[in-house]
Ligand binder design. Structure first.
Ligand code: NAD
Ligand code: UPG
Length: 450
C-alpha cells in the first residue's frame, strides 16, 4: 500500500520503517529540515536498537523516502498517518496543536479520497476535531482512523513488528478491511487486532499507560513501606507476580517512572477528568506519588552526604530507562539536578544519552567517556538507569576507584549480600542496606524518608 507518515520522531520513524518492511511504500514527512537532511544522508536521529538496519534496508529497496514536502507525501498515499508530538501544555493537558496543524495541511494537499490515521496519543474527542478541520479545508472525501501506538522505546522495532494488539478506531467496515491488510504482515498467533469506535481507541491508549504507571507507582510506594518495616520489595514482587491475575511484568520498583509518555499521559488523563467533572483522583495520586519516589531517592543520597563537604558523586545513567537516548522527564536528570542544587558535584556517564542530556545539565555535570573513568575521586556511585552494561560490573574496580566504596542503586540491579561481599556498602530500593563485614550499620539515617 502507499502510505505517508507525518512526524518522523520515535514513533513516526519506527512506524514508517516497519510499514516499509511489511512491503508498503512509505513517504516520511517532517518539518524539521535538518532531521530530513540527516535521514537522507543515512543518519538516524535517535538511538533505537534495530532501527538503523531496518531504515537502511528499506531505503535501499526504494520503499522508504524522506521529505519536508507534505504535498508529496499526501499525493503519493492512500493512508496518511499523523505521528507528531502531543507534549504536556502548562496546565497538564495534551497539546494537540501540532496534530491539528498537520490535519489542516493534509486537507489542503488532498486531491482525492484519503484515510487519515492518528498514531499520536490524543485526548478523547480529538477524532472529531481532526475530522472537522479536514472537512473544512477540503471537498474531497476521507475516512478517519484512531490507531494509537503501544511501542516501547528500546524495543520499538520489535514491538511494532510483533504487536500484542493493534487497536483500530473506526466504524467503517471498508476501512477496517484496509487496516487489516496493512497490519497483516505483523500479526502473529498471539497478536490481536481490535476494532472499536475512535473515542474508545483514544481512551484505550491513556488507560493502558495510566494502568501501567499505577502498577509501577504502587510498587514504588510499597518499596517505601518495605524500607520502613524491613521487608524486601523484590521478594514481594515475586510473591505477587506469580498470581496469574496480577502478572509479573511492570512491577519493578525503582526511581519512579519517566519518559515521554507515562508522565504526560497521566497528566492529560487527569486534565480530561477535570474538564468533564469526573475527577481522576487515582491518576492524580499516581502522579504525586511518582515525584515523591524520585525525590525520596535523591533526598536519601543528599542526607547521607550532608556532613561531608565537597562531595562528588559518579552517576551511571541519564536516560529515563535503558536502551534509549531519550531523557524526556528522566528521573535520573531530576535526581542529578537535586544533587547539584544540594551542592554535590556530579560526574555522569550514559551509554547513549549524554548528547540528549546536554540541554538539561550542560556545564553543571562533567560527562565521562566510560563508566569506570568517572569513578576516580568520587565519594560514591549512584545508579539511575538500568542499562545492561551496569548489571554485572567490575566491583573490584568500583571499590578501588571510589574514595568511599558505596553504591546507591535506584534500579535494584544487584543482590545486596553479593555486593557487601565485594567490600562495598550498598543501598537500594525497598531492600535492606548492606555493609561490608565489620562496618557499623547506619540503618536509621539511611531509611528513605517520605
Ligand atoms: N515515544 C514513544 O515511545 C511513543 C509511543 C507511543 C505513542 N507515542 C505518541 O506518539 C506521538 C509522537 O511521539 P514521539 O515520541 O515520536 O515524538 P517526537 O517528538 O520524537 O517526534 C515528533 C516529530 O514530529 C515532527 N513535527 C512536529 N510538528 C510537525 C509538523 N507540523 N509537520 C511535520 N512534522 C512535525 C517533529 O519535528 C518530530 O520529528 C506522541 O503523541 C506520543 O505520545 C510515543
Ligand atoms: O516495572 C517497571 C517498568 C517500567 N518502569 C519505568 O517506567 C517508565 C516507562 O517505561 P516503559 O513503559 O518501558 O517505556 P516507554 O517507552 O515510555 O513506553 C510506555 O509509553 C509508550 C508511549 O505511550 C507506550 O506506547 C508503551 O506501551 C509504554 O510502555 C520508565 O521510566 C521505566 O524505567 C519502572 O519503573 N518499573
Amino acid at each position: 500500500m502507499k502510505v505517508s507518515v507525518v512526524g518522523v520522531g520515535y514513533v513516526g520513524l519506527v512506524a514508517a520503517a516497519c510499514l516499509a518492511e511489511g512491503g508498503n511504500h512509505v513517504v516520511c514527512v517532517d518539518n524539521d529540515q535538518k532531521k530530513i537532511d540527516d535521514l537522507n544522508q543515512g543518519v538516524i536521529p535517535i538511538y533505537e536498537p534495530g532501527l538503523t538496519e531496518i531504515v537502511k534496508k528499506n531505503v535501499e529497496a526504494g520503499r522508504l523516502i524522506f521529505t519536508t514536502d507534505l504535498s508529496e507525501g499526501v499525493a503519493k498515499s492512500l493512508l496518511v498517518f499523523i505521528g507528531v508530538g502531543t507534549p504536556s501544555a502548562d496546565d497538564g493537558s495534551a497539546d494537540i496543536s501540532a496534530v491539528l496543524a498537520v490535519a489542516k495541511d493534509v486537507a489542503r494537499c488532498m486531491d482525492g479520497y484519503r484515510i487519515v490515521v492518528t498514531k499520536s496519543t490524543v485526548p478523547v474527542g480529538t477524532h472529531k476535531k481532526v475530522s472537522d478541520i479536514i472537512s473544512s479545508y477540503t471537498e474531497h472525501p476521507f475516512d478517519y482512523v484512531s490507531n494509537p501506538e503501544f511501542l516501547k522505546e528500546g524495543s520499538a522495532v520489535d514491538d511494532f513488528l510483533k504487536p500484542d494488539r493493534v487497536i483500530i478506531g473506526t466504524t467503517n467496515p471498508a476501512v477496517m478491511e484496509i487496516m487489516k491488510q496493512l497490519y497483516a504482515p505483523f500479526m502473529r498467533k498471539k497478536s490481536r487486532m481490535i476494532f472499536m469506535d475512535p473515542a474508545s481507541a483514544e481512551m484505550a491508549k491513556y488507560a493502558a499507560n495510566a494502568m501501567l504507571a499505577t502498577r509501577i507507582t504502587f510498587m514504588n510506594e510499597l518499596s517505601g513501606l518495605c524500607d520502613e518495616l524491613g521487608a524486601d520489595i523484590e521478594m514481594v514482587r515475586h510473591g505477587i507476580g506469580s498470581d496469574g491475575r496480577i502478572g509479573s511484568s511492570f512491577l519493578f520498583a525503582g526511581l519512579g517512572y519517566g519518559g515521554s509518555c507515562f508522565p504526560k499521559d497521566v497528566r492529560a488523563l487527569s486534565f480530561m477528568g477535570d474538564g468533564c467533572g469526573c475527577e481522576m483522583t487515582l491518576a492524580k495520586a499516581v502522579q504525586a506519588a511518582n515525584y515523591k519516589q524520585q525525590d525520596r531517592f535523591a533526598e536519601r543520597v543528599i542526607e547521607y552526604y550532608k556532613n561531608r563537604p565537597e562531595t562528588t558523586l559518579a552517576a551511571w545513567g541519564l536516560a529515563f530507562k535503558a536502551r534509549t537516548d531519550d531523557v524526556r522527564e528522566s528521573p535520573a536528570l531530576r535526581c542529578v539536578n537535586k544533587f547539584i542544587a544540594a551542592g554535590i558535584k556530579v560526574k555522569a556517564y550514559d551509554p547513549e544519552a549524554m548528547e540528549t542530556a546536554v540541554a538539561d545539565i550542560d556545564g553543571k555535570v562533567e560527562m565521562g567517556e566510560n563508566a569506570y573513568d568517572i569513578l576516580n575521586g568520587c565519594d560514591g556511585l549512584v545508579i539511575m538507569t538500568d542499562w545492561q552494561e551496569f548489571r554485572s560490573p567490575a566491583f573490584d574496580d568500583i571499590k578501588d576507584k571510589l574514595n568511599k566504596a558505596v553504591i546507591f542503586d535506584g534500579r535494584n540491579l544487584y543482590e545486596p549480600p553479593f555486593v557487601a561481599k565485594q567490600g562495598i556498602e550498598y543501598h537500594s530500593i525497598g531492600r535492606v542496606s548492606v555493609f561490608p563485614q565489620g562496618v557499623q550499620q547506619e540503618t536509621d539515617s539511611l531509611r528513605m524518608r517520605a
